[in-house]
Design a binder for this molecule. Structure first.
Ligand SMILES: Nc1ncnc2c1ncn2[C@@H]1O[C@H](COP(=O)(O)OP(=O)(O)OP(=O)(O)O)[C@@H](O)[C@H]1O
Length: 241
């Protein structure tokens, strides 16, 4: 167990933990609708260990996506902490300034969103290799890693040098998955990573994610597909509406 003392408040981290959320609260103020305060997360806590996969479950509208966005520091929280182990130090994402958040996103937390943001004229190979190149990885090494993943995910070679703008939903999703899985992030956030895939490619993604777990990666995801959840997840965090 490692511990930190902050403002006289002691926080303990299990030795195997990579992410620890404490008493997270998040509400939205609906400025366009009379300033109504919509409380979504009311004190959520979670600890995720190396090699573990936790599913975020619960009814539609219960706050799964909101929680996931807080884990990626996309939302400012009302109170609580999101501790992440970043290069051997524990950092509270909720206290970081923007350039520190970018550093955590670059090296520590990968995010597979449901939709790929595409830039016209940038080919799939380049889109998927971008996070590796930003880390200073040699271009040939980066492209080879991406090509290996494209092959495993059955992304047709004729598409590699085209912009994903015109790709099908499932093709875009495989480029997006490759972008995140090419980097060795210690923590991966997954927002329905197989929602647009056929059963063959869905099984490939399950295998790739099982390999990540075996390498010690901590996975946190929203999986509406029960089969994917059953094969990957060690436990569930259930959100109540
Ligand atoms: N940006 C926002 N502004 C205002 N309210 C929001 C915002 N984002 C989410 N909400 C509200 O917060 C609640 C939780 O939404 P969230 O998207 O986190 O749920 P979810 O569990 O992921 O749902 P689903 O399974 O349908 O995707 C909903 O009532 C939603 O209307």
């Amino acid at each position: 167990m490692q511990s930190l003392t902050l403002n006289h408040h002691s926080v303990s981290f299990p030795r195997q933990a990579l992410l620890q959320v404490e008493n997270l609260r998040k509400s939205f103020i609906l400025h366009q609708q009379g300033g109504i305060n919509l409380s979504v997360l009311e004190g959520v806590s979670l600890s995720v260990n190396t090699g573990e996969c936790v599913a975020l479950s619960g009814a539609s509208g219960s706050g799964k996506s909101t929680f996931m966005r807080c884990l990626y520091a996309n939302y400012r929280v009302d109170s609580g902490s999101v501790w992440v182990k970043h290069e051997e130090s524990w950092l509270d994402l909720c206290q970081l300034v923007p350039h520190e958040i970018l550093a955590v996103r670059q090296k520590t937390i990968g995010y597979v969103s449901q939709f790929l943001r595409v830039i016209p004229r940038v080919p799939a190979l380049e889109v998927a290799a971008e996070p590796l190149l930003e880390l200073g990885i040699n271009i040939d090494v980066a492209y080879n890693k991406v090509k290996d993943l494209f092959r495993r995910l059955n992304l047709s070679e004729r598409l590699w040098h085209l912009s994903p703008t015109t790709f099908s939903g499932g093709e875009k999703q495989r480029v997006n998955i490759t972008r995140a899985l090419a980097v060795d992030y210690p923590i991966l956030l997954l927002d329905e990573p197989t929602s647009a895939l056929d059963s063959t490619n869905r099984q490939v993604v399950i295998e790739l994610l099982q390999e990540k777990k075996a390498q010690g990666c901590a996975l946190i995801g929203i999986f509406h597909d029960e089969e994917v959840k059953a094969q990957l997840c060690n436990r569930e965090l259930i959100f109540k509406s």
